[in-house]
Every structure is written in structure tokens, then in C-alpha cells.
Design a protein around this ligand. Sequence first.
Ligand SMILES: Nc1ncnc2c1ncn2[C@@H]1O[C@H](COP(=O)(O)OP(=O)(O)OP(=O)(O)O)[C@@H](O)[C@H]1O
Ligand SMILES: [Mg+2]
Length: 442
Amino acid sequence: MTVKKITWKSFVPSCYKNEENPISNDPKKPIIKQNSFQRVSLSDISNPSTTISMDDLSISLVGSNLHVFTLLELRTITQSFSSSNFIGEGGFGPVHKGFIDDKMRPGLEAQPLAVKLLDLDGCQGHREWLTEVIFLGQLRHSHLVKLIGYCYENDQRLLVYEYMPRGSLENHLFRKYGACLPWCARMKIAVGAAKGLAFLHETEKPVIYRDFKASNILLDSDYTAKLSDFGLAKDGPEGDNTHVSTRVMGTHGYAAPEYIMTGHLTSMSDVYSFGVVLLELITGRRSMDKARPSREQNLVEWARPKLNDPRKLELIVDPRLEGQYSVIGAQKAAALAYACLSHHPKTRPTMSNVVKTLEAIQEFNDTLTESFVYIVSADFDKVCGEQKEEPKKKSRHQNYRDNGHKRRMRSPRSPTVHSDAYPNKNGINGMRSQRPNGVKAN
Ligand SMILES: Nc1ncnc2c1ncn2[C@@H]1O[C@H](COP(=O)(O)OP(=O)(O)OP(=O)(O)O)[C@@H](O)[C@H]1O
Ligand SMILES: [Mg+2]
């Protein structure tokens, strides 16, 4: 596959009203067909030969489908970022729900939105904001959260997304109270998130996501998973290069060991992180949990030896499922997680193979019939109904108020972290386990 590069000028000719279109007037330059979409990559704008400053780029729209909002508009739709509209907060800053009516913008239908506001005292900044606008502004897929627009005023940087009614997978999987996420919903989420990653890896200019984790997987009302947060995303290697060299950044507990050791980033680093999330889905445990006994704190180390042994596997499947899962499906999912977590990146499956395997896993219906009573909520029934053949049973899980935003989430348990240092030969200890709310991008 040949990868054509274009310049920022060619992508947004309207920024250069006084210049002639360099593409159409230069016979030596390839003519870019109007309907052939070519993504601007980060390297296009960080190339020293370009005269475009970051500010020029930010002020202009990256892709005509993004709306530029004023701060006043976003204040209005979030009721001045009121606490009653607060959804959660990560390294970038607080996230508020807003509602836009169909009068605010021609062409933008009335809908709820999620507005992310850069915390000016945090460690993230313009660079992360811009990375998000560049990647999510151009990439569109049913398993990527939709960036509706942004705001850029003085120091203020905001991002406006489609609102995801069920919040993040992290909120659902690890909450102490409320409904347990059923097996079929977990597998549906795994398939959706895998499709999102597969799309990124296989698009014309591949993208490495670099921050795959439960808090970055958002859920639609029917548990369709969508990836959010592209602040750490990188363009994949080009030409004969096998990897991209970067500073080590990501989230402790999810980042691939070879990436931490060498700083060499490949799409297989994302596959490893996917394996960690799949393990979280199987076990209901966090990738890092300091509250557990020391041998159980690192999920991968604790679970890996048990993944290929059916008798041991039974002991690590999430006890909150109370046996309501496909045993064959769990065995296959565990084997898949094992392959994704391989120490040898080249032997890990590609994300499109992961998708195929997970789709096959969804077909297994051998859910154990337990003697206790079990009810599936109407919500989950919609998700799981097609796979469940047994008649519904009465349940212990009666509280299915399943809104992911019932609780205010202030401090995420697995925040994105970075290392100021370059690749660390001492391995995972070289990565900071915590960071003061933010990331640094390189
Ligand atoms: N588009 C959205 N729709 C609904 N809720 C959202 C949306 N985007 C983010 N959220 C909520 O806001 C919370 C904070 O999200 P954010 O991505 O800023 O931080 P995080 O993923 O928790 O941490 P990190 O900074 O390490 O990525 C999420 O847990 C999620 O519940
Ligand atoms: Mg996030």
C-alpha cells in the first residue's frame, strides 16, 4: 500500500486565500482526487519545513465536519459547567454534559453532548488538544467516539463529543454497587473496542492508539463500545520502518513491556493493551490494584499462568457473574488474552484476527444453569437476548439502574502516565506509576 503525504496547505486551501492552489497548478505534483480522503498526520504539521504554526492550524478547521464553538456557546449548553452537569474528570480536565438545540447551528441536530475542558493547571495542554482534534477530526468509524467540534479561545481549549449515555467501561466493570455487567455485554464491548482498534491499525495511514484502557472505552445506550481520547495517538511507521520511536507514555498496567523497555511503538503494543482489557473483562479486576495482596496487584502477572488451564481459569473468572457465562467462550477468550499478552510482539494476533475470534466467541451459548435465581434486566436483555436460549430466571441482581454517570468520578484509578525518561532498560519500574493529572506528548 502506498501512503501519500499531503501538506496542511493542500488539505485546507481556504487558509491560504492569497495563494494559488499549489496542487492544481503544479504539474509535477500529484493531483489529489477531490473525493479521495487523505488524512493529515501529526508529522505533516511538525515538519520544520512547514510554515504553519500550531496556532494557525488550531484556528482553522481540520476537516470540514467539525464545528468551532465559542466559549459562550459551550457555557450556555453546559449551564456554565455546573456541577449538576459534571460527568467525570481525567488528565485533560473535567467533562460536562450539555444539550444543544437545533437552533444553535445549522446542520447540527439537537442532541446531548459531552464537553471536555482543558484544566489550565494540569499537565496536558495545547498539544494533546490538537492531537485529539487532528486524529478524531478526521477519523470516522462506528467504534470511535464522534468529535463534534472544539473551542479555541485565548488559553481555553475544549473538545465537544457525542454524548455516550453509559459512560466508560471502567465505570461499569469496577463499580462496587449496582448491576454486574453480564458476560454477553462484556463480549459485545470487547468486539466493538477490537473493531475500533482494527480500524485504526488498518486505515490508509495507520494509527497506533497507545492508550487503550477501560476508562477510554465509552459505551452507547446499547453497549456499543467506542474509543475516546486520542491525545497519545501516533501515526504508525511508514515505508520499511517497523516501529515508531517515542518517549514512553501510556498507562501503568496497560502498556506493553517491550514498549516500556525500548520505546519502540508498534500496533502490537495496542494488541497487548487490548489483552489487558480483555483480562479485566474476564476477571472483573483492574489491571493494577494496590488494594489487593502483593501477588495479585498486577493483573497480567497474576492471571497469565491460569489462562490456559480450564480448572484454574474457573477460579479467576469474575465471581460477580455467579457462573452465568459460557465456559467454552471464557476458555477461548482467555486463550485469546494469553496470545495478545505474549512476550513476543510478533506472535500476538492482529486486531482483525482478534475481532474474528471474539465474534466466534459470541456464538457460544453454553451458559451454566445455576440453581440460584437470576433475572436479566430489560437493558441487558436487549444486548444478550439473541445469544440467550434459556428461559429467563429470577435474579439476585435487581438493581439495574444502569446509568454510568450516577457517581461523580474525580480521580481515575488508572490515569494516563508518562515517563520523562526515554526508554528504560530497567523495565516497568522506569515508568511512573502515577502522574500529577496529565500526560506529556512527544
Ligand atoms: N463523550 C463522552 N460521553 C459521556 N461521557 C464521557 C465522554 N467522554 C468522557 N466521558 C466521561 O468522563 C470521564 C473522564 O474522561 P477522560 O477521558 O477525560 O478521563 P479518563 O479516561 O478517566 O482518564 P485519562 O485522562 O487517563 O484518559 C470518563 O470516565 C467518562 O465517564
Ligand atoms: Mg480517557
